[in-house]
Every structure is written in C-alpha cells, then in structure tokens.
Design a protein around this ligand. Structure first.
Ligand code: ADP
Length: 260
C-alpha cells in the first residue's frame, strides 16, 4: 500500500516537472519552427542549404510531437464528462484502430451484458484503449490475439484494503489481453513510469502507459497489469459505474487479493 502511494506521488511530481519544462520548451520550439519555415520559403536559398533546413525542421517537428505527448500526459486536461456505454465506445474505437493493428492480429471483443453506465471523457477513453492496443500489437510481431473484454464488477471491502484508491461499489472492468511476449518482473514494475521504454530510441517514448495511468486516475479508476514472459499481458482498468450502490444481479465480486 505504501509502495503504491509513493508511486502515485512520484508520478505526480514528475508530471508537474515535465509539464513545466515541456511548456517552456514548446515555446522555444515554436520559435525555431516558425523562423525555419520562413527561411524555407526563401526562394533564393541554395539547394543544399535548403535540404539541411528541411532536416532541421523535421527534427524540430518530431520534438514538438514529443512535447505534445508530454503535455498531454502532465496537463490536468479539462474533462468533458458524459454518461457513456463503454461497449459502444470500444466498438467505434476498434473500427478506427483496425488499420493500426494490422492483419496479423485477431481482435476479439467480449462485450459484457447490461453493462453499467460510466461517466467519462470519450476522447480520453479512446486514448486509453488505443495506447493499450498499440502496445499489444508491438508485443506480437508474429501475430496473435487481443481480447478486449468488459464486465460489471463489485469491489468489496477486502479488495479495497489492498488498493488505497479503490472505493467499494460498482465498477465497469475493461480488460485488454494479448498473447504477446509478456514482460519480465522489472519491466512489469516500471511500465507506468514516464519515459520507461524497452522499445529503443526513436520507437518508444515511454509515455504511453504513463499517460494511460494519469487518465485512469482522473476518472477515479484503477489500473493493474498482469504479465508473464512468453505468455502475454493483460491490463485491467476499473472505472466507477454511475449507479454505484446496490449490486446488480450478475456483478462479479472482486474481493480476492490481487497481485501484479
Ligand atoms: P512505449 O510503448 O513508448 O515503450 P509505454 O509506456 O506504452 O511506452 O510502455 C512502456 C513499456 O512497457 C514498453 O516499452 C514495453 O516494454 C512494456 N509494455 C507495455 N505494454 C506491453 C505489452 N502489452 N506487452 C509487453 N510489454 C509491454
């Protein structure tokens, strides 16, 4: 429990720091890009200089993209909360993501029946799901299956004692399960850390799951990761149901000790 609180505080501090730096850095980048683009419009510029300038602008644009991600991660964005059916959001998101996921991977949605309504920001939900789908894809270079599952769950007192943020009551559980290469213990312990990546320079930013973590927390939700090398990984996200009291028939009770 202490460990989790410490982790949360660390995330908060890094987020604030990164946000402050990113904001100033972004202003400077905009100056570079703005002046660079004006120079690139100069017709009289020799060809080789122009090529160099293009390189410079490309790099600056990429840096700006990174900074945008950082800002998205650290900024307490204003949420546009509305009552949503998670199944509907998933259905639309999977359609959008089909191309990104590629042909080699089968996506299996398992929609829970009579799913409780959640109050959430639709764009952020899509961002959460997309990040998890892309990570799952990256973990399965030779193809595999991604299962996206929803269900109603009830969190009871014994579960709550393991998870400082959980409140007893009804949640909707979103699971994203892949059959990819999984993670070793060190990776699993660090996945939510900003800038932690095993994907190598230029491929990963290490901000995907840090962003997901932040978004889930903004929704008063919980996120857990379970993973085994060579077997696969599952992410479980609990989002509070709108009608939180009185268990509906069919809610699965989450009282067992949960690790991972
Ligand atoms: P990035 O994808 O840019 O590396 P993330 O924060 O999204 O950043 O992920 C951090 C790291 O967590 C990844 O580099 C990878 O090692 C690990 N990871 C995330 N999702 C999975 C997954 N589904 N299977 C295996 N490893 C994963």
């Amino acid at each position: 429990l202490e460990q989790q609180l410490l982790q949360a505080r660390k995330m908060e501090a890094v987020g604030q720091l990164a946000g402050g730096v990113a904001h100033d850095f972004n202003n400077l980048l905009q100056v570079i890009i703005g002046h660079g683009e004006m120079m690139a419009d100069e017709r009289t510029m020799p060809r080789n200089l122009h090529d160099n300038l293009e390189q410079l602008l490309n790099a600056a644009q990429r840096a700006a993209g990174l900074v945008r991600q950082l800002l998205a991660f650290s900024r307490r964005q204003v949420l546009e909360m509305q009552d949503l059916d998670l199944n509907t959001v998933i259905g639309e998101c999977l359609k959008m993501a089909r191309r990104v996921i590629g042909e080699m991977i089968t996506v299996v949605p398992v929609y829970g029946h009579n799913l409780a309504t959640i109050r959430a920001d639709r764009n952020q939900l899509e961002q959460i799901l997309l990040n998890l789908l892309i990570n799952a894809r990256d973990a399965m270079p030779n193809g595999g299956t991604i299962t996206v599952e929803t269900e109603n769950v009830l969190i009871d007192e014994s579960y709550r004692q393991q998870h400082p943020y959980a409140r007893t009551g009804r949640y909707v559980l979103l699971s994203v399960i892949d059959t990819g290469y999984g993670m070793d213990e060190e990776t699993r312990n660090r996945v939510f850390e900003p800038f932690f990546t095993t994907k190598g320079l230029g491929r990963g930013t290490g901000l995907g799951l840090a962003t997901v973590y932040g978004l889930v927390r903004q929704h008063d939700g919980l996120i857990h990761v379970y993973s085994e090398l060579e077997k696969g990984t599952s992410f479980k996200i609990y989002l509070p149901a709108v009608e939180r009291s009185a268990a509906a028939v069919g809610d699965k009770i989450q009282g067992a000790v949960v690790g991972g």
